[in-house]
Every structure is written in C-alpha cells, then in structure tokens.
Design a protein. Structure first.
Length: 396
C-alpha cells in the first residue's frame, strides 16, 4: 500500500476527528478528549513561561536597525494574515516607504539559512523550496522583495543588506518574541476570534487570549458583532481597531505557448473580472485552512461545482493526485479546473493537464483606509520613542 493510500485509509479519519475536537467548545467524554485537554494545559504553562521569560529579560531579544511591523494572529488556521501582509506592504509602498516582507517559509523544503524568494520583479525560488505563501507574495508584489528564513533576525538583515528597504513586514510573527517589533497587528476572525476558547491541541489558540494585550492594532475580518464585543474586553484601551473584508480576485491560467498578454503575471496568470466565472461548470480543489469557505466562495461567484476535493493546509500535491484531479474534471465535463492562488503557487511549475484552469485569490480591503494610513504614519513617526517589551501589557 502506498504512503498516500495509507494516509487516506487510516490517518485522514484520525485527523478529521482531531480537527472536530479542536473546533468543539464542549469536548466529548472520552479518553482522547481528556488527553488533549491535559496536553493543552501543559502547553499553556510552557507558553506563559516563555512569554514571561522575554518580558523579564531572561530570554534575549534582538533588534533590527529599521522599523519592524509584525502581522499575526492568536489561532492556527486562516485569519487573513498573508492577505493582510500583502495589503500592508502595498500600502507602505503607496505611502512612500520601501518595505520588504519577511516570512518563515512554512511548508518549504529549505530548512536552514535565509533566502530571497522574490526580488520585487519576479519570484526566484519555488513553493517547494520556500513555501506557498512566500512564493505567492513574490508573484504578486511588484517592487517589494520577499525574504524567507526561520530566523527572522537573520532574514531581516539579508533584506536590509540586499535591497534598499527601510521597513520590514513580518508575516505570521506575533509569537516570534525573540525579535523586537515596533508595531504588532493581529488578525481576528469575528465569527470565532478565539476558536473554541481552548489552547492547542484541545483548541486552536496558540497562546492565552490575554496575549491580545500586546497588540498595537487588531483587524477584524468577517461578521460577528457579538464575538467582537467579547474580545474588546481583552484589548488595551490604546489598541487601534479596524475592519477588513476579503474580496476575491480571479485569474485565468495562460497555457504555455499561448499568445502573451501584457497583463499576464510572472506565474502565468491573467487577471479576469469576477464575473468571468459566473455560470461556469467547474471541478475544484484546494488545500487551505478552510476548504469549505473556498467552495462557498465559488458558489457566490456563480459557479456550478461538479466535483470538489479538499486537502490539508499547505498540502504537497503528488503527481498522481494532480492527474486524478485532471481525470475527474474530464469525466464530469467541467468547463474549468479551479483552485486557490495559494494552491496554484505549489503546482504552477508542474500542472499536468491542459484543461482550462482558473485561480481564485483573496485581496483584503480595510473599511477606513485613510484612518489606517494615518495610524501607520503616526506609528512610524514615533520610532524615536523607547521600544517596549513585547510581552509587556500595552497600556499598563
């Protein structure tokens, strides 16, 4: 039995049970639930010990010689960190700054050192090497370099030494306490801002909810006013609050050898209006944190979904799986094969089919952009003020 078949038969059902447990507020009375609850208590104590260590100075932090902004969240899974990082980098560029993005490179095979994923003109490495999100940002950010490395300090130095940048934006770095930041922005899903209220592995919280006190700003996505009010009590009175909405972006994959449109991006995608998908019969697949949300978005765009396959977040597609997707699309006579921009970053260089293909991405828009711009410029202007310990309570 192949590794993939073994996973499908035995491991995937187990993973699904664990994911259900992590979503449910009240755990079923079982030995596994009790074990996960106990593990989450141990995890929580370890997180608090780590945070207190940085707050007290027992653990050293390092400082980069420029303004540093982190974008992160409290929970595992998709809350819009990468779309916000992209939006923030573009906004800083629009305001006249010279930003670079620094990412850990999660999911890439490159385990050590630092690397330039994109130089602001084109991607230099593949998703297999540096992860899907850095590769996706390198494809979409013009004039903004993307650097990866598990050690964000070393990656930041590489960006500063290689490019003429003066601001660094750290993707998914709220818990990266070993590096000083000048601004911490936290993304919150208003529907379930604290997941099921439990820490990993019983829930999805990376740290206790009191960690929100470190945030300089929170950005609420999706709807859920009741949840927003409950989270408000955890925030410092000085924490700025913003609302954001996700808007889909649609692309058509341009097959190799086709006439080159000047609007085609370096990854071979041609921007299309969202109406381009309306009425299409599609075979869709995705490997993101919320596959159902992707299928729902396709329905909202007017697609008729003939088949849909969901995979784990950051899934590394094997060739046989891609051939299976193509075969399914042909069998159901789909007009298009459709996937997410994040998934396409992983397979762009080895798509095994000639079927008409569409890619759907996400762009973030803030409800009050002018106020956000003023917040950014005022925060950067205060750079000369003494820096804060990132485990200290804001407003304390």
């Amino acid at each position: 039995m192949s590794r993939r078949a073994l996973f499908t038969r035995f491991l995937r059902p187990a993973r699904n049970r664990v994911e259900r447990l992590m979503r449910e507020p009240r755990a079923p009375q079982s030995a596994s639930a009790a074990l996960f609850h106990f593990a989450s208590r141990i995890y929580g104590r370890a997180v608090l010990f780590r945070c207190d260590g940085y707050a007290s100075g027992r653990f050293a932090t390092r400082t980069l010689p420029c303004f540093v902004i982190s974008v992160g969240n409290l929970t595992v899974g998709g809350t819009g960190k990468t779309p916000m990082t992209t939006y923030l980098a573009r906004t800083l560029q629009h305001l006249g700054y010279r930003p670079a993005v620094v990412s850990r490179g999660y999911g890439g095979r490159r385990r050590h050192g630092t690397a330039v994923a994109g130089d602001g003109r084109r991607p230099l490495l593949t998703a297999d090497q540096v992860g899907d999100e850095p590769c996706m940002m390198a494809n979409s950010l013009t004039g903004i370099p993307v650097v990866v490395g598990r050690n964000r300090y070393d990656a930041g130095l590489l960006a500063l030494r290689t490019f003429a940048v003066n601001i660094l934006v750290l993707d998914d770095a709220f818990q990266h306490l070993s590096l000083e930041r000048d601004l911490d922005i936290v993304m919150l899903n208003q529907q379930r801002p604290l997941g099921n209220g439990h820490l990993l592995p019983r829930g999805t919280l990376r740290e206790p909810a009191t960690g929100l006190r470190r945030a300089d700003a929170v950005v609420f996505t999706r709807d859920g006013s009741e949840s927003r009010r409950s989270v408000g009590a955890l925030l410092s009175e000085n924490t700025a609050r913003f609302d954001a909405r996700r808007h889909p972006e649609v692309y058509e994959r341009v097959c190799h050898g086709a006439a080159r449109n000047p609007m085609t991006l370096p990854n071979g995608l041609l921007p299309r209006p969202t109406s381009w998908l309306s009425g299409r019969r599609v075979a869709a697949f995705s490997g993101i944190a919320d596959n159902k949300r992707f299928s729902d978005s396709l329905l909202s765009l007017g697609c008729e979904i003939l088949s849909f396959r969901g995979f784990p977040d950051h899934h590394r597609y094997e060739t046989e799986e891609l051939h299976g997707i193509a075969a399914t699309a042909s069998a159901v006579s789909a007009d298009l094969v459709v996937t997410t921009e994040k998934d396409y970053a992983r397979i762009a260089h080895r798509v095994p089919w000639t079927a008409h293909t569409a890619v759907v991405g996400i762009r973030l828009h803030l409800a009050d952009e002018q106020r956000f711009h003023e917040f950014l410029t005022a925060s950067i202007a205060r750079k000369a003020l003494p820096s804060r310990g990132h485990c200290a309570r804001k407003g304390a």
